[in-house]
Design a protein around this ligand. Structure first.
Ligand code: COA
Length: 167
Protein backbone atom coordinates (compact mmCIF):
# COMPACT_ATOMS: atom_id res chain seq x y z
CA UNK A 1 0.00 0.00 0.00
CA UNK A 2 1.36 3.43 -0.89
CA UNK A 3 2.44 5.67 1.99
CA UNK A 4 -0.29 8.33 1.80
CA UNK A 5 1.64 10.71 4.05
CA UNK A 6 4.43 11.11 1.51
CA UNK A 7 1.88 12.67 -0.87
CA UNK A 8 1.08 15.39 1.68
CA UNK A 9 2.67 18.78 1.30
CA UNK A 10 2.56 21.70 3.70
CA UNK A 11 2.12 25.26 2.52
CA UNK A 12 0.93 28.61 3.77
CA UNK A 13 -2.64 29.58 2.89
CA UNK A 14 -4.14 32.20 0.61
CA UNK A 15 -7.45 34.04 0.90
CA UNK A 16 -8.96 31.56 -1.57
CA UNK A 17 -8.40 28.79 1.00
CA UNK A 18 -10.45 30.41 3.78
CA UNK A 19 -13.77 28.64 2.99
CA UNK A 20 -11.97 25.25 3.11
CA UNK A 21 -10.35 26.07 6.47
CA UNK A 22 -13.71 27.25 7.82
CA UNK A 23 -15.36 23.96 6.78
CA UNK A 24 -12.60 21.90 8.39
CA UNK A 25 -12.41 23.80 11.69
CA UNK A 26 -16.12 24.46 12.08
CA UNK A 27 -16.94 20.82 11.28
CA UNK A 28 -15.15 19.89 14.52
CA UNK A 29 -16.51 22.97 16.32
CA UNK A 30 -20.10 21.81 15.77
CA UNK A 31 -19.12 18.57 17.54
CA UNK A 32 -17.79 20.65 20.48
CA UNK A 33 -14.21 19.54 19.82
CA UNK A 34 -12.75 22.92 18.83
CA UNK A 35 -13.45 26.64 18.97
CA UNK A 36 -15.49 27.87 15.99
CA UNK A 37 -13.81 30.42 13.71
CA UNK A 38 -15.64 33.08 11.72
CA UNK A 39 -14.51 33.91 8.20
CA UNK A 40 -13.56 37.34 9.57
CA UNK A 41 -11.14 35.82 12.13
CA UNK A 42 -9.73 33.41 9.55
CA UNK A 43 -8.91 36.25 7.15
CA UNK A 44 -7.49 38.27 10.03
CA UNK A 45 -5.17 35.46 11.19
CA UNK A 46 -4.59 33.75 7.84
CA UNK A 47 -0.87 34.53 7.93
CA UNK A 48 -0.56 32.40 11.10
CA UNK A 49 -1.75 29.27 9.28
CA UNK A 50 -0.21 26.34 7.53
CA UNK A 51 -2.26 23.91 5.45
CA UNK A 52 -1.65 20.22 4.72
CA UNK A 53 -2.54 19.37 1.13
CA UNK A 54 -3.21 16.21 -0.80
CA UNK A 55 -3.06 17.77 -4.27
CA UNK A 56 -5.63 20.56 -4.12
CA UNK A 57 -7.56 18.95 -1.24
CA UNK A 58 -7.01 20.63 2.13
CA UNK A 59 -6.69 17.70 4.57
CA UNK A 60 -5.36 19.61 7.58
CA UNK A 61 -4.68 23.05 8.98
CA UNK A 62 -3.15 24.64 12.03
CA UNK A 63 -1.90 28.00 13.20
CA UNK A 64 0.64 29.58 15.51
CA UNK A 65 -0.57 32.74 17.22
CA UNK A 66 1.85 35.16 18.86
CA UNK A 67 0.54 35.80 22.36
CA UNK A 68 3.20 37.56 24.32
CA UNK A 69 6.92 38.01 24.58
CA UNK A 70 8.37 34.53 23.96
CA UNK A 71 4.95 32.80 24.09
CA UNK A 72 2.95 31.34 21.21
CA UNK A 73 -0.26 29.29 20.95
CA UNK A 74 -1.23 26.48 18.62
CA UNK A 75 -4.76 27.21 17.40
CA UNK A 76 -7.23 25.68 14.98
CA UNK A 77 -5.26 22.46 14.49
CA UNK A 78 -7.40 19.94 12.62
CA UNK A 79 -7.06 17.00 10.26
CA UNK A 80 -9.99 15.67 8.21
CA UNK A 81 -11.45 12.59 9.98
CA UNK A 82 -10.47 10.16 7.21
CA UNK A 83 -6.89 11.50 7.23
CA UNK A 84 -6.26 11.22 10.97
CA UNK A 85 -3.53 9.00 12.49
CA UNK A 86 -1.35 9.26 9.39
CA UNK A 87 1.19 11.69 10.87
CA UNK A 88 -0.30 14.87 9.35
CA UNK A 89 -0.97 16.52 12.72
CA UNK A 90 2.64 15.84 13.68
CA UNK A 91 3.89 17.30 10.37
CA UNK A 92 2.00 20.53 11.05
CA UNK A 93 3.12 20.75 14.69
CA UNK A 94 6.76 20.25 13.62
CA UNK A 95 6.31 23.03 11.06
CA UNK A 96 4.64 25.43 13.51
CA UNK A 97 7.23 24.78 16.25
CA UNK A 98 10.00 25.46 13.74
CA UNK A 99 8.20 28.71 12.88
CA UNK A 100 8.04 29.51 16.62
CA UNK A 101 11.78 28.94 16.99
CA UNK A 102 12.50 31.18 14.01
CA UNK A 103 10.41 33.89 15.66
CA UNK A 104 12.46 33.56 18.87
CA UNK A 105 9.70 32.06 21.03
CA UNK A 106 10.64 30.08 24.15
CA UNK A 107 7.32 28.38 24.79
CA UNK A 108 4.25 27.29 22.85
CA UNK A 109 1.02 26.13 24.44
CA UNK A 110 -2.31 24.67 23.35
CA UNK A 111 -5.70 24.41 25.01
CA UNK A 112 -7.00 21.05 23.94
CA UNK A 113 -8.99 17.86 24.44
CA UNK A 114 -6.24 15.96 22.56
CA UNK A 115 -3.80 15.44 25.44
CA UNK A 116 -2.31 12.19 24.10
CA UNK A 117 -1.52 13.80 20.76
CA UNK A 118 0.20 16.82 22.31
CA UNK A 119 2.07 14.61 24.81
CA UNK A 120 3.43 12.58 21.93
CA UNK A 121 4.70 15.89 20.45
CA UNK A 122 6.64 16.66 23.67
CA UNK A 123 4.11 18.98 25.32
CA UNK A 124 3.39 18.62 29.04
CA UNK A 125 0.28 19.45 31.01
CA UNK A 126 0.23 22.66 33.07
CA UNK A 127 -2.42 24.39 35.18
CA UNK A 128 -4.39 26.78 32.97
CA UNK A 129 -4.03 29.42 35.69
CA UNK A 130 -0.24 29.33 35.25
CA UNK A 131 -0.57 30.84 31.76
CA UNK A 132 -0.56 34.65 31.43
CA UNK A 133 -3.96 36.34 31.58
CA UNK A 134 -3.32 37.66 28.08
CA UNK A 135 -4.28 34.25 26.67
CA UNK A 136 -7.90 34.55 27.71
CA UNK A 137 -8.72 37.17 25.07
CA UNK A 138 -9.45 34.42 22.53
CA UNK A 139 -11.58 32.57 25.05
CA UNK A 140 -14.16 35.37 25.11
CA UNK A 141 -15.33 34.05 21.70
CA UNK A 142 -15.76 30.52 23.05
CA UNK A 143 -19.30 29.24 23.69
CA UNK A 144 -17.95 27.45 26.79
CA UNK A 145 -16.50 30.60 28.39
CA UNK A 146 -15.95 30.84 31.37
CA UNK A 147 -16.40 27.11 32.02
CA UNK A 148 -13.42 25.88 30.03
CA UNK A 149 -12.78 22.14 30.31
CA UNK A 150 -9.80 22.01 27.92
CA UNK A 151 -6.36 20.97 29.13
CA UNK A 152 -3.43 23.39 28.89
CA UNK A 153 -0.36 21.78 27.32
CA UNK A 154 2.98 23.53 26.89
CA UNK A 155 6.37 22.87 25.32
CA UNK A 156 9.70 24.63 25.94
CA UNK A 157 11.74 25.52 22.88
CA UNK A 158 15.29 26.46 22.20
CA UNK A 159 14.92 29.41 19.82
CA UNK A 160 17.21 29.47 16.79
CA UNK A 161 20.17 31.81 16.98
CA UNK A 162 20.44 34.53 14.34
CA UNK A 163 21.39 33.01 10.97
CA UNK A 164 20.08 29.54 11.92
CA UNK A 165 16.52 30.08 10.69
CA UNK A 166 14.81 27.36 8.64
CA UNK A 167 11.47 27.03 6.73
C1 COA B 1 -5.49 16.32 17.07
C2 COA B 1 -5.31 15.98 15.58
C3 COA B 1 -5.03 17.29 14.84
C4 COA B 1 -4.13 15.02 15.45
O1 COA B 1 -3.84 14.86 14.07
P1 COA B 1 -3.40 13.44 13.44
O2 COA B 1 -2.93 13.70 12.08
O3 COA B 1 -4.49 12.47 13.64
O4 COA B 1 -2.20 13.06 14.41
P2 COA B 1 -0.89 12.20 14.01
O5 COA B 1 -1.27 11.10 13.09
O6 COA B 1 0.16 13.13 13.54
O7 COA B 1 -0.52 11.59 15.42
C5 COA B 1 0.80 11.61 15.90
C6 COA B 1 0.82 10.83 17.19
O8 COA B 1 -0.02 11.47 18.15
C7 COA B 1 -0.64 10.47 18.97
N1 COA B 1 -2.13 10.55 18.78
C8 COA B 1 -2.79 11.21 17.79
N2 COA B 1 -4.11 11.09 17.97
C9 COA B 1 -4.28 10.35 19.09
C10 COA B 1 -5.42 9.89 19.80
N3 COA B 1 -6.66 10.17 19.40
N4 COA B 1 -5.22 9.13 20.90
C11 COA B 1 -3.99 8.82 21.32
N5 COA B 1 -2.85 9.23 20.68
C12 COA B 1 -3.00 10.00 19.60
C13 COA B 1 -0.09 9.15 18.54
O9 COA B 1 1.09 8.90 19.28
C14 COA B 1 0.27 9.42 17.09
O10 COA B 1 1.23 8.57 16.56
P3 COA B 1 0.76 7.11 16.02
O11 COA B 1 -0.42 7.32 15.12
O12 COA B 1 1.99 6.63 15.31
O13 COA B 1 0.44 6.32 17.24
C15 COA B 1 -6.57 15.28 15.00
O14 COA B 1 -6.87 14.18 15.81
C16 COA B 1 -7.81 16.18 14.91
O15 COA B 1 -8.02 16.87 13.92
N6 COA B 1 -8.67 16.14 15.96
C17 COA B 1 -9.92 16.88 15.97
C18 COA B 1 -9.68 18.36 16.14
C19 COA B 1 -8.95 18.65 17.41
O16 COA B 1 -9.29 18.20 18.49
N7 COA B 1 -7.87 19.47 17.29
C20 COA B 1 -7.01 19.87 18.40
C21 COA B 1 -7.31 21.27 18.76
S1 COA B 1 -6.11 21.86 19.95
Amino acid sequence: MADEKTDITLRRLTVQDVPKVADLVNGYATLGQMLPRSHHKLYQFLRDFVGAWNGDQLVGCGSLALIWEQLGEIRSLAVLPEWRRKGIGKMMIDYLLEDAKNLGLNQVFALTYQQAFFESMGFRQVARESLPHKIWGDCLDCPKFPNCDETAMIINLEPHQEGEESL
